[in-house]
Design a protein around this ligand. Structure first.
Ligand SMILES: Nc1ncnc2c1ncn2[C@@H]1O[C@H](COP(=O)(O)OP(=O)(O)OP(=O)(O)O)[C@@H](O)[C@H]1O
Length: 909
């Protein structure tokens, strides 16, 4: 075996060969209970479970010395002494969990993806000689599928105008077209809609424009004639060269709306009646009737009531904020989790609605142009990421200059840690904060997938009254659902695709977990595939969940799940890509135990232990001085390794420290904090005489190979300016030819507001919270798996259902799941022990005795999950990697804890 050849001597394993058969199914577990409150229950005494810290015996020599030891966490300053705790410094300890740590039976948050960033501060810094503040943007993390528009200045075919002006990501419609045509356009999918807005799309390859399919499309030829009179053009391109040209109105020109639209808007402003709203619907979109839930939601918003809207995917949620946006006087801010989603929504705005977006990959000029248009009131709908709410300058525009009529929280389940897709940055979107910062009264939260628990937490965060909940069935009834257990998924899938009704499906999406249509692909290629798919040039796309979000291709006739989704929410979201034109769409799910076990292990990859949380807190507050104006930073990569904590988890903790019951810190936009600088024109000493920032740099730098290396926040703190201002200042010096420099080490930046008085209680509170999130994640996967089993197995036997009735069975199951988390039977398939587990862990420890482990680290290795401090690139070489994937993670952790105690010859108190 290859794995053994360079492994850790673990060929003396006590484990027999892997058993290909899964352990027997366990009876259904009792239903989960709703989440508890996370108020601290810790006493002022130090918790005993924090006390057990072990150090592994160091071997005299080992042939495994190659394996990197875990880096030693060493906080610079110990903020609070805890004398009866064994010092973590110098040992890599493990944390013994309390026996009471039972899985928390609630829905969970998936994906702690990181996004944050925002503007640099634009406040003026007081450098003695050179200081030119400018509005800068810190790059935000981009989503997987990104077609970031950049306007390039190019005319559409048939146009005689050229415009080289760079404009921001704005799509504006100014030439009124008959509404009836709009309806036709919408039936042709989002790609055609793009053209209708006056764009033609071209691809660039190696700098050359290629004819695009859209350019040739019949629709484009029609629309081209219609939009001929448009006055200004630009082009839209993603960061890797996918170019789409957009016609834009000239800067000076005011949007001219169709008379019938204006009249319909005034009528609604005078009286919000059903009749007037239908007239406006017709005028804006060409549709004759509202769909279920739309009218109710629009009326609620126009009455100024914050609303929670739960409609199935493709039911038309966007229209519920677009209509109020044109009627209400101020701007509508739409918060979206992904840049790709924002771009997609922007494209889909009816052309009479002025839209814009602020995104990470815009240059400062583009962003400034968007903000200028916001200030002059020519944008009605602005798409922003939640990270924007970190930036004081961004917020000040809305609190002082521009009135915000409505804040829309799209994919609102991201607010809740009990959802399948919790995002720490969404925690920022609390009603109190939005009211205080934006002076906005009305909030619309929209989602297609939320359990009762999730809904409760969204509505509580956004202060939406329970009477303002509009909730329709979360699964459309034009989706035909089927499920099968498969031992050879590829063979079965090919067979399925060759048989009716899948054979006749116009477009098919195949969802995979571990290989995807975009793995290893350039963004440009991914975007091209998406475009080709939307234009029906590609029939089948194999994709991950990222592909699903925001895709509004109306005629997807089949959705196949090649792998089990991680939750029923994810499943519903993905099948929701099918049948958006209202026609039948066929959705088949293949599931198998191997995938289930693999996913089950992955659910533990974000988990952390109390010890790590405690160390993290020590580091976060280590820099505290009496001055709370100081900017502190935490370099993401090194901190992640040091605490064996994913970056998203660190961000979650930091966000909680800012937005939890007590505010301990204030998060700032992320920065690259390490600067390596060279002087060119003037000598450093002479320049320092004229420039306080340079003087501080000389003072705080280390000189490495003739270069000045310093920490941006440290220098900025020493002269009392914001790090962003110092960066701007460096840019100015660079522009003058005085210096060149490089920035690296992206870091979380924050200011300390209050040092916790009781680190132990806070540690316990945070750990408990993260543990509950981890357990919820596991529970969600189990609920998904159990539903699949139920449909192919239990349901058939107990309810006498046949395959044709699987739709009803699964629909009922999904509805039960979303209705209440408490009444669903969930299988727990995991084994609780193995006779060889302890012996294997012992061998593993002996053969890696130079490395320090925690029980969680050992359990991760036994489950085949890499982590920042124990990467799979190193540890997958061990013979034990993934060996116990079928044994419950917690059981492996407990076994590891016991073996670690034996190994160090100590016992827990
Ligand atoms: N009243 C209506 N009549 C006909 N079509 C409509 C109506 N309302 C919305 N639509 C169309 O339905 C499609 C889906 O709308 P939209 O993208 O807003 O759905 P959604 O609920 O946001 O879906 P998802 O959650 O998947 O993003 C769009 O093409 C939209 O134009």
């Amino acid at each position: 075996m290859d794995a053994d050849s360079d492994s850790d001597g673990s060929h003396i394993s006590a484990t027999p060969p892997r058993d290909p058969l899964p352990p027997p199914r366990l009876p259904p577990q009792p239903p989960p209970k709703p989440p508890t409150s996370y108020k601290s229950t810790a006493s002022t005494k130090r918790s005993s479970h924090l006390d057990i810290i072990f150090k592994l015996k160091k071997p005299s020599s080992s042939k495994h010395d190659k394996i990197e030891p875990v880096p030693e966490p060493e906080p610079k300053v110990k903020p609070i002494q805890q004398p009866d705790l064994p010092s973590p410094v110098g040992n890599f300890p493990f944390q013994i969990r309390r026996p009471s740590d039972q899985p928390h039976p609630i829905s969970i948050g998936r994906s702690l993806e990181t996004l944050p960033a925002g503007f640099f501060s634009t406040r003026r810094a007081s450098f003695s000689k050179i200081c030119k503040p400018s509005l800068n943007f810190e790059p935000e993390t981009l989503p997987e599928i990104t077609a970031e528009p950049k306007i390039n200045g190019s005319d559409g075919p048939g146009s005689t105008k050229t415009c080289n002006k760079k404009l921001p990501n704005l799509i504006r419609g100014d030439v009124p077209l008959p509404p009836v045509k709009l309806q036709k356009r919408s039936e042709e999918g989002n790609f055609v809609r793009l053209n209708f807005n006056g764009y033609k799309r071209k691809f660039t390859a190696k700098g050359k424009k290629m004819n695009s399919y859209s350019y040739k499309s019949k629709y484009f030829k029609r629309s081209k004639r219609r939009v001929k009179s448009e006055v200004d053009t630009g082009s839209l391109c993603d960061e890797e060269g996918l170019v789409s040209e957009i016609k834009l109105q000239s800067k000076a020109e005011k949007p001219s709306r169709c008379e019938s639209v204006e009249a319909a808007i005034s009528a609604v402003r005078n009286e919000v009646s059903d009749e007037n709203l239908v007239r406006l619907l017709k005028a804006l979109y060409g549709y004759d009737l509202f769909r279920d839930g739309q009218l109710e939601a629009i009326k609620m918003i126009l009455a100024g009531k914050s609303t929670m809207l739960v409609l199935p995917t493709g039911a038309g949620k966007s229209l519920c904020y677009q209509i109020p946006a044109v009627v209400l006087p101020g701007i509508t801010l739409v918060v979206s989790p992904l840049v790709a989603l924002m771009i997609d929504q922007l494209k889909q705005l009816p052309r009479m609605i002025q839209g814009g977006l602020l995104s990470s990959s815009q240059g400062p000029e583009e962003a400034a142009e968007t903000l200028r248009m916001v200030q002059e009131g020519s944008i009605k709908v602005l798409f922003v990421s939640p990270e924007r709410f970190l930036n004081a300058d961004f917020l000040s525009i809305f609190s002082t200059l521009t009135s915000v009529s409505l804040v829309v929280v799209d994919e609102a389940h991201c607010v809740s840690e009990w959802s399948h897709n919790f995002r720490p940055s969404y925690m920022r979107l609390r009603a109190s904060l939005l009211r205080a910062k934006l002076n906005v009264e009305c909030i619309l939260a929209m989602t297609a997938t939320a359990t009762t628990t999730t809904l409760q937490s969204i509505m509580s965060a956004l202060e939406i009254s329970s009477t303002n909940l509009i909730q329709k069935s979360q699964v459309r009834d034009n989706l035909r659902l089927s499920v099968s257990l498969s031992s050879n998924r590829m063979k079965d899938m090919l067979k399925l695709m060759k048989s009716s009704p899948f054979l006749g499906a116009q477009s098919i999406i195949v969802y995979c977990k571990f290989q995807s249509y975009h793995s290893g692909m350039l963004a440009r290629d991914r975007s091209r595939i998406q475009e080709l798919f939307c234009a029906n040039k590609i029939r089948v796309v194999v994709a991950t969940v990222a592909f699903g979000m925001g895709i509004d291709k109306r005629d997807v006739g089949a959705v196949i799940h090649y792998s089990l989704p991680e939750s029923l929410e994810e499943y519903v979201q993905e099948i929701g890509r099918g049948g958006r034109d209202g026609r039948l769409s066929y959705c088949h799910l293949f599931f198998d135990d191997v995938t289930y076990y693999k996913l089950r292990s992955l659910m533990h990859s974000d988990g952390v232990d109390e010890f790590a949380v405690n160390k993290f807190l020590c580091q976060v507050f280590a820099d505290d001085t009496s001055s709370h104006r100081k900017v502190c930073s935490l370099v993401k990569e090194s901190a992640s390794r040091k605490f064996d904590m994913k970056e998203e988890v660190m961000l979650t903790l930091l966000t909680h420290l800012e937005l939890g019951e007590t505010q301990y810190l204030h998060l700032l936009p992320q920065l690259n904090v390490t600067c390596t600088l060279n002087f060119h024109k003037t000598s450093p000493m002479l320049l320092a005489d004229k420039d306080t920032a340079v003087a501080a740099i000389l003072k705080k730098s280390e000189i490495k190979q003739g270069q000045y290396v310093f920490d941006i926040p440290t220098v900025a703190n020493s002269i009392g300016v914001a790090p962003g201002d110092l960066s701007n200042h460096l840019q100015n010096l660079k522009a003058k030819g005085e210096i060149t420099y490089e920035l690296k080490d992206p870091a979380y930046c924050y200011k300390i507001v209050k040092v916790p008085s009781d680190f132990c209680s806070l540690t316990e509170l945070l750990t408990r919270w993260l543990l509950d999130i981890e357990n919820c994640k596991v529970w969600k996967l189990d609920a998904m798996y159990s539903s699949a089993v139920f449909v192919v197995d239990t349901c058939e036997k107990t309810h006498d259902c046949n395959v044709a009735q699987q739709t009803t069975c699964l629909q009922e199951r999904i509805l039960d799941y979303f209705k209440g988390d408490n009444n669903l039977d969930v299988l727990d398939k995991m084994g609780q022990n193995s006779p060889f587990l302890r012996a294997d862990i012992k061998v593993f420890l002996q053969s890696n005795s130079n490395v320090k482990f925690t029980p969680r680290a050992i359990a991760r290795i036994m489950h085949g999950i890499g982590s920042p401090a124990y990467p799979s690139s190193t540890w997958s070489r061990t013979h034990f990697w993934g060996r116990y994937i079928q044994i419950d993670f917690k059981a492996v952790m407990n076994a590891a804890k016991a073996e670690l105690m034996n190994f160090v010859g100590k016992d827990a108190p």
